[in-house]
Design a protein around this ligand. Structure first.
Ligand code: SF4
Ligand code: SF4
Length: 388
């Protein structure tokens, strides 16, 4: 057990003010329209206090809770992915200089304000670590992503409210975040909050992850906690893990997908899949993009934009004469095989963190857990029992 502090509900506003005073742009869960999304948090009133959610295959409902919890919901509709990896951004701008007779290109610079993630769940924190490896941990770094990720302060939240669609416990990614990033060995968060709310208490057990986190905790004069508080925090996430009914067997799924290349299941899925791309857009780890060039009518000024794309779009696999994956069945096979098998070959970890968003936001309720289970059963490499 590390250093434990206690935050009372009013202290959450003090924490936000302290982070902003230190120059951070605070990003966390907030209500937009009829959903909880990740957005800018300026004051404590921006948090979705007293709001919950219901998530099922093809169903998302924002609900009112009968308590005043701050984090009484599951994965927000929009994860923290766009904070560091926006859906569209300018990579460079160019201008033709008629007098000099040449074309000047300038790289776009992302906003350099450091980000404080507040209320990031374990699944989404793991997704950020995965993007760190994929986008900034290989030979060629995504300079814009790396610039946005620099100096990030993380206030994670241990999840006590999984949705019916969540399966982070089986993926080893939640509901309580690991203390360290498994790839780098660095601390995974600066501060970790567990919300304790019962008829007698409402407070946060705050665990210190880094020296920087300790400085912030000291600055807001967070009270001391003890081993009983820590034990209560662990009880909450243990109970949350036990409430999850979905699971993927990570010990077999890599081989199952390898063995399923010619499975008849792909035809069956294609009768339901709309190739709408929703699952990839809400996924906190999907990172496929395309390039769009725009210019003014005279052709004197131009910009290159990077825009999220999806392996479900027909044009995504287009090369000299036609798409490689012209049929929906091959696009679904590509997506789930990458997530649960070839991502591991490529990056040394699975590409799914069990957040359940692709199940919630698929308009026809295609469920990655059920598909993994059925493919497992059909391959004969496991029981396929993926729901309890
Ligand atoms: S594949 Fe689905 S469950 Fe897995 S991380 Fe992406 S959205 Fe979440
Ligand atoms: S699996 Fe669902 S969300 Fe994904 S492309 Fe098909 S219909 Fe759309």
């Amino acid at each position: 057990m590390g250093d434990i502090r206690i935050l009372n509900p009013p202290d959450l506003g003090t924490l936000i003010a302290e982070l902003r005073a230190r120059g951070y742009r605070v990003m966390g869960p907030t209500v937009r329209g009829d959903a909880i999304v990740t957005g800018e948090i300026r004051t404590v009133s921006d948090l979705p206090r007293g709001r919950g959610d219901t998530q099922r295959p093809a169903e998302y409902r924002l609900t009112e809770r009968d308590d005043r919890s701050f984090f009484g919901f599951a994965a927000p509709a929009i994860s923290s992915k766009p904070v560091f990896f926006p859906a569209e951004e300018v990579i460079w701008r160019g201008r033709r200089d008629h007098d000099e007779g040449h074309f000047t290109v300038e790289r776009d610079r992302p906003d350099a304000a450091p980000i404080a993630l507040l209320g990031t769940r374990s699944c989404d924190l793991r997704a950020v670590q995965i993007h760190d490896k994929v986008l900034a941990g290989r030979m060629y770094e995504d300079a814009h992503y790396a610039a946005r990720r620099e100096h990030t302060f993380v206030v994670a939240v241990a999840c006590g409210q999984p949705a019916e669609t969540c399966f982070c416990a089986s993926m080893g990614t939640g509901p309580r975040p690991a203390e360290t990033n498994p790839e780098t060995g660095e601390a995974a968060y600066d501060l970790l909050l567990t919300e304790v709310l019962d008829e007698h208490n409402h407070h946060f057990v705050m665990e210190i992850g880094t020296e920087h986190g300790r400085q912030v905790a000291d600055a807001i004069e967070a009270g001391d906690g003890d081993e009983h508080d820590h034990a209560r925090a662990l009880e909450i996430t243990d109970a949350a893990a036990k409430r999850q009914t979905r699971a993927i067997d990570t010990s077999t799924i890599h081989g199952v997908l390898r063995a399923s290349v010619e499975s008849s299941r792909w035809e069956e899925i294609a009768t339901r899949c709309l190739a709408c791309t929703n699952c990839t857009l809400v996924c906190p780890t999907c990172f496929c993009t395309t390039i769009q060039d725009v210019s003014d009518l005279a052709g004197d000024e131009g910009e290159r934009h990077r825009v999220w794309d999806s392996c479900f779009s027909e044009q995504f696999s287009y090369i000299h004469g036609g798409p490689l994956r012209g049929e929906t069945k091959s696009r679904y096979r590509q997506w789930i095989t990458h997530k649960l098998s070839s991502w591991e070959d490529q990056f040394g970890m699975l590409g799914c963190v069990g957040c359940g968003r692709c199940i919630t936001w698929c308009p026809v309720g295609i469920d990655i857990v059920e598909e993994a289970a059925e493919l497992t059963r059909m391959s004969g490499l496991g029981s396929g029992a993926a729901r309890s």
